[in-house]
Write a protein that binds this ligand. Structure first.
Ligand SMILES: Cc1cc2nc3c(=O)[nH]c(=O)nc-3n(C[C@H](O)[C@H](O)[C@H](O)COP(=O)(O)OP(=O)(O)OC[C@H]3O[C@@H](n4cnc5c(N)ncnc54)[C@H](O)[C@@H]3O)c2cc1C
Length: 352
């Protein structure tokens, strides 16, 4: 069966819902297709101890403040899932799930959205599929020789799963620091980072990051000097568990090793560390394989965009993913603005 919609939103995580909120306000005919069986996007899959790096009110989608989580300044992932579930219901967003979109094709005046649950003919498409679904592990020599277990951030759950093991955590970003802090007490931990860990000042959390990203956008809009984006502030938000482990001397980073061996890792100077498990906290890539038939792929696997609109296909917008679809677009508080811009552009395209 083929259905028709003015807008098909692919992905029903926070970015897809923010898009839905603005499409609804503009009175557009749309549907959100989401591969998950329940609301919450990637937040349904994170490790147990993950907390947001901003307080609830600073982690809100358009229209509705996230309520505080009792007893927590920084809400945990289950609280975000509850908030997104409520958000979806409150605004009666038409999310269909589970529906996995496999491909988007040009089809005359439509974009044909092919999914495991059927086909949609869309005048426009917003892709909001996130990055969690494409974990990235660097090509380090010897990876296939290691006989222990290798996990990525997406597969890590809790310290009890690795208790007593020799664990190597790789990665100097927020996931690496938080997972290393999580494992610092119950495992024999080695933490490996590409460069010396760069902590943000202890009193800086996601609020300051958002302010910095906003100031950067204004500066760029007004042709002033680029402040360097949030990366210029540091890589790691010193959330309380990271700060505690660091201050207790349990987060000593080693430089990146040169290769994996059958039993662990080896540095160029001959030093070695044996391991039962290696946890790769080495990031993500945008989940864009469904867009492959459109032939839009640019440098670093991104689709070149002007704002949120794909440069090579004006009927397609991209939301979330990273700053390349709008400053702070891949955050709860930051996605609202690019979502609004995408919805407005689509309304203009459809109705003049
Ligand atoms: C470890 C970690 C910590 C973070 N902490 C914070 C934080 O504290 N504060 C903050 O604001 N941000 C944080 N972020 C960033 C960001 O808010 C999250 O990554 C968020 O999940 C991104 O939302 P999204 O809607 O773009 O993607 P997702 O949450 O991944 O949602 C995408 C949805 O699309 C679906 N989908 C994917 N492919 C298809 C397909 N082909 N067809 C149909 N559906 C599909 C997925 O199943 C999913 O439901 C963090 C990210 C990570 C990885």
């Amino acid at each position: 069966m083929t259905r028709t919609a003015d807008v098909v939103v692919i992905g029903g995580g926070q970015a897809g819902l923010a898009a839905g909120y603005h499409l609804r306000r503009l009175g557009l005919d749309f549907v959100v297709l989401d591969a998950q069986s329940a609301p919450g996007g990637a937040w349904r899959h994170t490790w147990d101890s993950l907390h947001l790096f901003s307080p609830a009110a600073y982690s809100s989608l358009p229209g509705r403040l996230m309520p505080p989580q009792p007893g927590e300044t920084y809400p945990d992932a289950s609280h975000v899932v509850s908030y997104l579930t409520d958000y979806e219901q409150r605004y009666e967003l038409p999310v269909v799930r589970p529906v996995r979109v496999e491909a988007v094709h040009r089809d005359g005046e439509f974009l044909r959205v092919e999914a495991d649950a059927g086909t949609w003919r869309a005048r426009t498409v917003i892709s909001a599929t996130g990055t969690w679904w494409r974990p990235f592990v660097p090509a380090v020599p010897g990876r296939s020789e290691f006989r222990g277990r290798q996990l990525h951030t997406v597969e890590y759950g809790r310290p009890a799963d690795l208790a007593g093991e020799r664990v190597i955590v790789v990665g100097g970003g927020n996931s690496g620091a938080q997972i290393a802090a999580d494992l610092a007490y119950d495992t024999d931990l080695t933490w490996v980072t590409l460069r010396e860990p760069r902590y943000l000042a202890d009193d800086i959390d996601g609020r300051a990051l958002f302010d910095h990203a906003t100031a950067r956008r204004r500066a760029l809009d007004e042709g002033r000097t680029d402040n360097g984006g949030v990366a210029s502030l540091g890589d790691i938000v010193a959330v309380p568990p990271v700060r505690e482990a660091r201050d207790a001397g349990r987060l000593k980073a080693q430089p990146m090793f040169a290769r994996l061996t059958a039993t662990g890792v080896e540095w160029d100077d001959g030093n070695r560390a044996d391991a039962d498990t290696i946890v790769w906290c080495t990031g993500f890539r945008p989940a864009l394989s469904h867009l492959a038939p459109l032939g839009l792929r640019g440098p670093r696997g991104h689709v070149p965009t002007a704002g949120t609109r794909a440069v090579g296909e004006p009927r397609l917008h991209l939301l979330g993913y990273g700053d390349w679809t709008g400053p702070a677009s891949a955050t709860l508080i930051g996605v609202g603005r690019p979502a609004r811009e995408a919805a407005r552009e689509i309304a203009r395209l459809l109705h003049g």
